[in-house]
Design a protein around this ligand. Structure first.
Ligand code: SF4
Ligand code: MSK
Length: 645
């Protein structure tokens, strides 16, 4: 693997190492070149369409346009302060905000449900055996499901059913709430935020926002927190646990990132989306010798599977599969002219990929009834026949190699080494390697806590979220992360934020040379990069486990920890659900894109200050990344001062 700092240190100076990191300007130059090729191929990209959509409609931007019923659409203006039914700007913006949170929670949770059904069908001889028995048995014990003397698959099926019941159970709240600190659980109970069945919370959100229902903003914000929690401690957490049971809990491993991972002489097959059930099978099928032989018989040197967006995170942290990029890089992959197939499952897939693939030889394959896209080859993926279907997809890609037009190929050379796969279990393992002190049998975060108390580390930031054309793509992510690590603040990252870090080299262990002296010492002692890759966007649930466990080990409430969240380039409804469960967990959340509620002063007050009275945390919003990161550092220092450290 390329990420061997000791080797670099022998041969290269710190300056040489630092000059090898890919800059945002280099990323932008690669994209500009690919856009020229798009023009030549008569294709358009998100940048063209974004120009066509700018300036955005002010009413939509501020959240004060309502089309919830057919008396509308109604817009709030100086002349008309209320919609036809009498809803004011606070009701309209509040309802939209809750609907975004509910849709995000539904998306993550439906992804989880699919995985639960696959676990329900797991068998030792089928496409989906159990790969992490230990995690299965510990979850069975946690959920009171007997395992002694039983076939492991019987246990797995009962755990899957228990998980499925979390979606629609008529009584009680989410099982995984018990993973939060006792203080949080009590607070959620007291404030009426503890989420009931996942589907119930999504459904209740849609009901509340139906015409003629809640018009008061605070209950809408409270329900946003609750439906967010149904995602964070329901859908997303179920997805993460069940994926680990089925595909193995990730461990630290080497990967590489950016468009330079595409290979000119190989069949390039790109997996994109979120659901590991699909991408795991494609990765396995592509590893079969017959497939490689077939590729060679057609003149390719082999098959190169790479990931995009959150699928990249999933397959990188379980297989070391390399990562071609994040959300706004999805079109670039096709524009290289070297993508034989782009196979997608669900979420964050541009419908633009259909027509774009048509300008090149690329086969664009959709696999889920949830994401049907014009211009694609639709191959609905079934767990029973998953491996055969994955083989068919790989074969399609391989046989498309001969259709590649060498005159259209341009693969930018930039790529960076990345150490990926740091779930809580791996972080604990790394810390246990430094000390023998144990709080309990799972190991301890005390080395990290002690470093924070001593000021060697000032704190930690969870960097999450997407790209958004409203800001310079990846610039906010990368600038903010570089400033944080320079300031001795450790980062955990997921989703497209983690991909941005990977493209800039911040997931490599060499990134310690960009850190302040304290963080660099920790990185060297523990043997970790300064930005720890925790997975896909559903894996923000892993971050919640981490923060709650740290709070327990430290013995303080989550709100008092010098730990914050940041989504500088967020765009999706899932991000709204996430931001709500992060705030509900007591973690201040710094946003670089304004939520679309600006037209309501009351909603702005509620999401920045009002939630503080309920959960102890809120949003801090600033579209200038430099101001945002400074606010974050100030916020962390303020929390340190309150702790007296
Ligand atoms: Fe207009 Fe009220 Fe209908 Fe919304 S719910 S479209 S504000 S009449
Ligand atoms: S893929 S939700 S753009 S992180 Fe999870 Fe990236 Fe955001 Fe999609």
């Amino acid at each position: 693997m390329a990420d061997t700092p000791a080797m670099y240190e022998q041969h290269r100076s710190k300056e040489e190492i630092l000059s090898g990191f890919t800059t945002v300007e280099q990323l932008e130059a690669d994209t500009a070149k690919l856009r020229e090729l798009a023009c030549a191929a008569c294709a358009e990209t998100w940048a063209d369409r974004s120009a066509g959509q700018t300036p955005h409609c002010r009413f939509g931007e501020e959240g004060i346009c309502c089309r919830i019923c057919s008396m509308g659409p109604c817009r709030v203006t100086k002349k008309a302060a209320r919609g036809i039914c009498g809803a004011d700007e606070h009701a309209i913006a509040g309802r939209h905000y809750l609907r975004m949170a509910a849709a995000g929670s539904a998306a993550h949770s439906d992804h989880a449900r699919e995985i639960a059904y696959v676990l329900r069908q797991a068998s030792p001889t089928g496409s989906f055996p159990i790969r992490d028995e230990e995690k299965l048995l510990s979850l069975a014990a946690e959920w009171g499901i007997p395992a002694a003397g039983r076939d492991i698959y019987d246990v797995a099926h009962e755990v899957a059913e228990a998980g499925l019941n979390e979606f629609g159970k008529p009584f009680g709240t989410q099982r995984f709430l018990s993973r939060a600190t006792r203080e949080r659980q009590a607070l959620w109970e007291k404030e009426g935020l503890a989420p009931r069945a996942i589907d119930r919370e999504v459904s209740a959100s849609l009901h509340m926002t139906h015409m003629g229902n809640t018009a008061e903003p605070e209950p809408l914000v409270r329900q946003s927190l609750r439906v967010g929690l149904a995602d964070g401690y329901g859908g997303s957490m179920i997805s993460t646990f069940f994926s680990d049971i089925l595909f193995g809990t990730p461990t630290a491993r080497a990967s590489e990132a950016n468009l330079g991972v595409l290979e000119a002489e190989m069949v390039n097959l790109i997996v994109h989306g979120h659901d590991p059930v699909f991408s795991e099978m494609v990765v396995l099928a592509a590893e079969e010798k017959e497939m490689a032989d077939h590729a060679k018989s057609l003149g390719a040197k082999g098959i190169n599977v790479v990931g995009l967006c959150c699928t990249a995170n999933e397959v990188a942290m379980r297989h070391g599969v390399r990562m071609a990029g994040n959300f706004l890089q999805q079109e670039n992959v096709i524009l290289t002219g070297a993508a034989e197939a782009v196979c997608v499952d669900v979420q964050c897939i541009f419908p633009a990929l259909g027509p774009l693939a048509g300008c090149f030889h690329t086969k664009f394959i959709t696999s889920s009834p949830v994401a049907r896209i014009p211009g694609s080859i639709y191959m609905p993926f079934e767990p029973d026949t998953a491996l055969e279907q994955a083989r068919a997809i790989v074969k399609l890609a391989v046989e498309n190699f001969v259709n590649r037009d060498p005159a259209k190929v341009f693969i930018p050379s930039h790529k960076q080494p990345a150490a990926v796969g740091y779930p809580t279990e791996q972080i604990i393992r790394e810390l246990d390697g430094v000390t023998n002190s144990h709080v309990d049998e799972r190991g301890s975060y005390m080395p990290a806590i002690d470093s924070i108390k001593a000021g060697v580390l000032r704190g930690a930031v969870a960097m999450v979220g997407c790209n958004n054309p409203k800001v310079r793509p990846d610039y906010s992510h990368i600038e903010i992360m570089k400033t944080l690590i320079r300031s001795d603040i450790l980062i955990v990252a997921t989703g497209c934020a983690a991909q941005a870090a990977a493209k800039a080299g911040l997931l490599s262990k060499d990134a310690k040379y960009m850190c302040g002296a304290g963080l660099r010492r920790v990185c060297e002692l523990v043997g970790i990069p300064p930005v720890l890759h925790m997975g896909a966007c559903v894996d923000i649930s892993r971050m919640m486990l981490l923060v709650n466990e740290i709070a327990n080990d430290w013995g303080v409430d989550v709100t008092r920890l010098p730990i914050v969240g940041c989504a500088p380039e967020w765009m999706s409804e899932k991000a709204v659900a996430i931001a709500n469960y992060v705030v509900a967990t007591g973690i201040d959340t710094y946003l670089g894109i304004e939520p679309q509620v600006k037209g309501s002063a009351e909603m702005m007050r509620l999401i920045t200050e009002g939630t503080r009275k309920i959960t102890g945390a809120g949003y801090i919003i600033n579209t200038d990344p430099h101001a945002l990161v400074q606010a974050m550092i100030d916020g962390i220092e303020q929390k340190r001062a309150l702790l007296g450290i």
